[in-house]
Design a protein around this ligand. Structure first.
Ligand SMILES: Nc1nc2c(ncn2[C@@H]2O[C@H](COP(=O)(O)OP(=O)(O)OP(=O)(O)O)[C@@H](O)[C@H]2O)c(=O)[nH]1
Ligand SMILES: [Mg+2]
Length: 373
């Protein structure tokens, strides 16, 4: 199937921070590539306030249509969430498929899902997203057959009516809740063995899986694409003092992770919520690292996992020079500068983890680390 030729529409509010548009363009380009699309052009659309019909004004939409046609685009991708009505109007006025940021991210997840649970979670997210976008009753979705935003849930053709979709959503919620309870029981059993659980969190593509691999030889799939990991992997790590901990690598975060995904991935995100401590991996070679740091903390807050004991790993120092690394270390004095890929200073990181979960614990209580029963 030919790759989608995507024309990006970067909307931002007039008067918002300078550079916000460029950051958003950078992010949306990266997301588009991760969904298998090719970016053929973009337009910046500063607005006062969105219109209910088509988000941007009709005049702007005509300009978008003209420019997109000029570069041979077949899909418009917006950096903002479009309401179902806005999406439909944009499509009929421009004659092009319109995908919003949420649809794009869900599409990437659908491409990546491998495990049974991963697929069920993605299907639920897709249906939550699609439900209000189905027009009328007994609708036949016309958008099957490939391309960004056209992937049918569970990779089946979506030719079902609302009632069936509602039933399927109910079924998926029930099945996933069952899985979630099961996973939670497994975690409790592990914790009873007094192994503290540390979840590796961070922005997507920060190097979380690489870190788990180099520390434990886990062999998790590592790729220079967003959301390479969807399913959690847990491995034992033996600390220098001889104690064992469990390290869990899981799905990456993004600024404003869509709610449909947070809801559907509750079971997976429990790994973070229920962990005893966190390693926050920050890709300091990425120009938007400060924004990524804030975004991850925001998602952690949303998951009620912010404020857990956390080690900050300033990753990918091999891509920077010493002066740059020093500057960033001054901004994050609690951070440990490492390279997961080139195994630089990983001993410091492990010492820090050890100190965080054992030494501090030992000084407040003399019982070994043990989760409540
Ligand atoms: N140069 C350099 N590259 C790194 C380092 N750590 C990871 N990478 C690269 O960064 C990319 C992403 O690595 P992953 O480990 O897949 O990142 P992740 O955080 O697990 O990403 P998601 O699972 O997609 O959220 C890969 O291309 C890695 O090779 C590092 O220390 N230095
Ligand atoms: Mg990963």
């Amino acid at each position: 199937m030919p790759r989608d030729k995507a024309f990006l529409v970067i909307v931002w509010r007039k008067g918002s921070e300078k550079g916000a548009g460029e950051e958003s363009l950078e992010e949306l380009s990266e997301l588009t590539r991760s969904a298998g699309g090719m970016v053929v052009g973009h337009v910046m659309a500063p607005i006062d306030r969105p219109t209910s019909q088509s988000f941007v004004s009709q005049g702007k939409l005509s300009e978008i249509k003209r420019k997109a046609n000029h570069v041979g685009a077949n899909v418009l991708i917006f950096n903002v969430p479009l309401s179902p009505v806005q999406g439909r109007n944009i499509e009929s006025l421009s004659g092009l498929r319109a995908v919003d940021r949420t649809g794009l991210i869900i599409d990437i997840f659908a491409r990546r899902a491998r495990s049974g649970a991963g697929r069920l979670q993605v299907e639920l997210a897709q249906l939550i997203y699609l439900m209000p976008r189905l027009v009328g009753k007994g609708v036949i979705m016309s958008r099957t057959g490939g391309g960004i935003g056209t992937r049918g849930p569970g990779e089946q053709k979506l030719e079902v009516d609302r009632r069936k979709i509602r039933e399927r959503i109910g079924r998926l919620r029930k099945d996933l809740e069952g899985l979630r309870t099961h996973q939670s029981l497994l975690r409790k059993r592990r914790q009873r063995k007094a192994f503290p659980v540390i979840a590796i969190v961070g922005y997507t593509n920060a190097g979380k899986s690489m870190l788990l691999n180099t520390l434990t030889g886990a062999g998790v799939f590592v790729e220079d694409k967003l959301f390479a990991t969807l399913d959690p992997t847990t491995r034992i790590l033996k600390l220098p003092g001889g104690k064992d901990i469990l390290l869990t690598d899981t799905v990456g975060f993004l600024n404003q992770l869509p709610h449909a995904l947070i809801e559907a991935f509750k079971g997976t995100l429990d790994e973070v919520t229920e962990a005893d401590a966190l390693i926050h991996v920050l890709d300091i070679a990425n120009p938007t690292y400060e924004f990524q740091y804030q975004s991850v903390n925001q998602v952690l807050e949303e998951l009620k996992a912010f404020g857990k004991p956390t080690v900050l790993a300033l990753n990918k120092i091999d891509l920077l020079d010493e002066v740059q690394v020093e500057q960033i270390k001054r901004k994050y004095p609690e951070g440990v500068a490492i390279s997961a890929k080139h195994k630089l200073h990983l001993n410091r990181l492990v010492d820090e983890i050890d100190r965080l979960i054992f030494k501090e614990k030992d000084s407040t209580s003399d019982t070994a680390y043990c989760a409540p029963h």
